[in-house]
Each structure stands twice: as structure tokens, then as C-alpha cells.
Design a protein around this ligand. Structure first.
Ligand SMILES: [Mg+2]
Length: 391
């Protein structure tokens, strides 16, 4: 393994902690941020006091209120969380430019190169944690390890207010006892699949006959086994501030058929969603662009109640824009484009509108599609006489 020093910094119960910061009378109380107990929404964040009642994030709010009837239920104030998020990321970037956000309250930092400047990697991790405490007034949990996978694992081990270092020599023993679901990229579906085969822990995975794994999981098996021994060479990729992600297609000849146009919008939406996921972004505004045979161009946009990277959601927003706003019956088009903008990083709270199970299903499906796409390098849908202008 290369000699890298990767930090994973994750704020503790972020939304709930911001609420307590802004209203100290909430301190020590079970605080839950998310959907209202009367609605179908879910808990987006629960304070540690709430967690002692068995409440956790992604739990339906109606269930949370049963477990914790005297808890304080608050609606999310996303703008405030983003404001604090900026402060946290400013602290990160004071130490290294190599900051890869995973969500509003979580990031990887590659501090390999700045050790001489700021001391050991452990010193840097502690300094970041202290500054977040002092300057922002919140606690973070920090993991330090030779790679991203292990760093993320480490930050989770002693939450809240944790600081865990995983050293090279203790990797195997730390990993062996963990449930396979803790491995990067093992979703609920894969975990169930492994469990059905008697593979419960990472140790079980390493002991399983290799050929069985390859037969069932194909190329993914090798990836799983790499993670199971703690190997992960992925670099920390700092995010460049893209303002939008979009794809458009100019047709070889004008298209008037509504069914066909909808198929093209679906395809574009899938592509945009896939790119968002690859960059760890969620878009809040979906824009549909249509050009008519006389070259007039119209755009219509729809702002979603929450940021998303889900194919299903982006597709349905784009379809709606096509059928209700732009697709005047029978009128031919020469170009269609779908764009997502107003980004937030992953974890912006899709859970607001959907149940845990719905979100998990949707995400699992997206993950499967992403694997297929990555394997074949392009979208499999629609060939045909299209000229593509990928922006
Ligand atoms: Mg967090």
C-alpha cells in the first residue's frame, strides 16, 4: 500500500447539531430534523439523545415519534446547513487543497503532502477537529488511514466526537469482524445476496471460495476482495466547481413523434443522472431545452423540492417539462437537451419525500445501472440516427 495519509472528516448528527447550536435550549434534548411526524417523510438527522430512544436517520418520522414522543421535531433549514457547511470546508481547505466532499458535512482530505508544513497527519487531523469545535462550535468525527475506504471506516468507529487512526498493521484484524455491508459499494442488495450465502462478516468473505464469488458477482468480486483486505488506491479528487451538468442531442432529421421525443428525454435524463452520481453531486433544478426547426430555442426549468441524483426523479421532471411545457402537440423538434444545476453534494436529504425502502430501491437500481454503464463505457439505450453533442 502506498504511503498516503487520508482523513475522513464527518460532522456528528449534522443538521440536528446545527439546530442545537442555534438554539442552546435544545441542548441535551432528543432533536430530530426531517419530515413531520404526521407525514410520510423520514428523519434526516437525529441528535445522539434521540438515538438512545432507537431513532436513526432515514427512519419514518411517524415511527420516530412513537419511539420518542417527547422529542423535538424540526423541519430542515437547508440554507443554514449550507452556510455552516461552507465554514467547515473553509477549515479543510486551510490545510490542504485536496478536499473531496461527500456531502454537506463530510469530506476526504489527502494530507500526505502537507505533513511537513503542519506536523504529522495525526496532528493535522486533531487541528482540524479543534478548529471546527472552536470556530464553528460543532463536533466532528475524524478517521485517519492510508486510504479513503479505511479512513471512512475509522471516522465511524467512535462517533460522536471520535478520532480513530487505523494503522497499516492492524487493517486485517479491524476489518475481519465487520459486517460485509460496511465495505464500500456493497449496497443492501449485495449484502443480502452475500448473507444468503452465509457471508456475514468481511472475514467470511475472505474465507469464501473465490470461484463462487466470481461466478456470482463477476468483476465486482475482485473489487470486493480488494476492499476486504483494506486495499483502496482511489485518489482524493478535489471537486471543481461545475455549475451544471447537461447533455443534448441534435437530431439527424426533425422529430415530431411524441413517443420518440419522450424516449430521447429519458435517455438524456439517465445520462445526466449518471454523471451527477459519478461526481457525487445532486442537482435541484432540471432544465429542458428544445430547439424547433426554425432554430428558435426554448428552455423550461423545474426546481425540485430537494436536490437529487436519482434517474427516476430527473427523468420524471424532464418528461413533465416536455409534455406540459414544450411539447406542443405535433410540433417537430430538431434538438433536445436536459441539464441539472443548483448543485449540492450527496446527502442533501432525498429522504424528505420518500420512504427509506423507496430510496434504497431506487439507489440500488441506479448503482446497478452505473456498473453496467461503466463496464460498457456508454449508455446502452437507443442507437439510431442521432448526432450527439455532449456538453
Ligand atoms: Mg455526518
Amino acid at each position: 500500500m502506498s504511503d498516503r495519509a487520508i482523513l475522513h472528516v464527518d460532522m456528528d448528527a449534522f443538521y440536528a447539531s446545527v439546530e442545537v447550536l442555534d438554539d442552546p435550549s435544545l441542548r441535551g434534548k432528543p432533536v430530530m430534523v426531517g419530515g413531520t411526524p404526521e407525514g410520510r417523510g423520514v428523519v434526516a438527522a437525529a441528535s445522539y439523545e434521540a438515538r438512545t430512544f432507537g431513532v436513526h436517520s432515514a427512519m419514518p418520522a411517524a415511527q420516530a415519534v412513537k419511539r420518542c414522543p417527547h422529542g423535538v421535531f424540526l423541519r430542515p433549514r437547508m440554507e443554514r446547513y449550507l452556510e455552516i457547511s461552507k465554514e467547515i470546508f473553509t477549515v479543510f481547505r486551510d490545510f490542504t487543497p485536496l478536499v473531496e466532499p461527500l456531502s454537506v458535512d463530510e469530506a476526504f482530505l489527502d494530507v500526505t503532502g502537507c505533513r511537513r508544513l503542519f506536523g504529522s497527519a495525526e496532528d493535522i487531523g486533531r487541528a482540524i477537529k479543534d478548529r471546527i469545535g472552536r470556530d464553528v462550535g460543532l463536533t466532528a468525527s475524524v478517521g485517519l488511514a492510508p486510504n479513503k475506504f479505511l479512513a471512512k471506516l475509522a471516522s465511524d468507529l467512535e462517533k460522536p466526537d471520535g478520532f480513530v487512526v487505523i494503522e497499516e498493521g492492524e487493517v486485517r484484524e479491524r476489518l475481519a469482524v465487520l459486517p460485509v455491508g460496511k465495505l464500500w459499494g456493497v449496497g443492501k442488495v449485495t449484502e443480502r445476496e452475500l448473507n444468503r450465502r452465509g457471508i456475514i462478516t468481511v472475514g467470511d468473505l475472505l474465507a469464501a471460495p473465490r470461484q463462487d464469488l466470481v461466478d456470482r458477482f463477476g468483476d465486482h468480486a475482485a473489487h470486493l476482495l480488494q476492499l476486504a483486505v483494506g486495499h483502496d488506491e482511489r485518489p482524493v479528487v478535489p471537486v471543481h466547481e461545475a455549475k451544471s451538468v447537461g447533455n443534448e442531442i441534435t437530431f439527424a432529421s426533425d422529430i415530431a413523434d411524441a413517443e420518440e421525443l419522450r424516449g430521447i428525454v429519458d435517455h438524456l435524463a439517465e445520462k445526466v443522472a449518471w454523471r451527477l452520481r459519478r461526481h457525487g453531486l445532486c442537482g435541484r433544478t432540471i432544465v429542458l431545452k428544445a430547439r424547433y426547426p426554425d432554430f428558435t430555442t426554448h428552455t423550461r426549468s423545474h426546481t425540485l423540492p430537494h436536490p437529487t441524483q436519482s434517474t427516476t426523479e430527473i427523468r420524471s421532471a424532464a418528461r413533465e417539462l416536455l409534455t406540459e411545457r414544450l411539447g406542443r402537440r405535433g410540433r417537430a423538434l430538431r434538438l433536445l437537451g436536459v441539464t441539472a444545476s443548483h448543485f449540492e453534494h450527496e446527502g442533501g436529504g432525498q429522504g424528505e419525500l420518500f420512504t427509506d425502502a423507496e430510496v434504497a430501491r431506487d439507489q440500488d437500481l441506479d448503482r446497478v445501472m452505473d456498473r453496467v454503464n461503466e463496464k460498457f463505457g456508454k449508455m446502452l439505450r437507443r442507437g439510431g440516427p442521432l448526432r450527439r453533442n455532449d456538453r
